[in-house]
Design a protein. Structure first.
Length: 121
């Protein structure tokens, strides 16, 4: 299956190095949920960007990779509605390994709504 250009996750939509993560952590707003810490820093770039951090405490490699795929898909689908220039850093807590896809989406949606990073918020 070919990936359409608007459905990809290019490097321009990612936090790529520790300096970008650290900047978001120092100056961004935090929202703690049961399974995630979501940090949002608005007004930094021309496009919304995402960084995902999942430590080995969360679960085995299969679990961690599944969570990363689900989080990236959540971001990719909603990228058009997220405030332009928002840097998002999402850190998974150890309990996130047992989440289902719908629970993950609901929890992240609520966190982004509380951080007011949706364009219509």
């Amino acid at each position: 299956m070919a990936v359409r250009p608007w459905q990809g996750f290019p490097s321009s939509c990612r936090l790529r190095n520790s300096r970008e993560y650290a900047h978001a952590w120092r100056q961004g707003q935090r929202c703690n949920t049961v399974h995630f810490i979501v940090i949002a820093l608005t007004g930094t770039t021309s496009a919304a960007r995402l960084g995902v951090t999942i430590s080995r405490k969360v679960g085995n490699a299969v679990c961690r990779n599944r969570l990363k795929r689900w989080i990236r898909e959540f971001f990719r689908v909603r990228r058009a509605t997220i405030t332009t220039g928002a840097d998002l850093s999402i850190v998974a807590r150890p309990g996130a390994a047992g989440l289902g896809h719908a629970q993950l989406e609901q929890e992240l949606h609520e966190a982004l709504r509380r951080l007011k990073v949706y364009g219509d918020a």
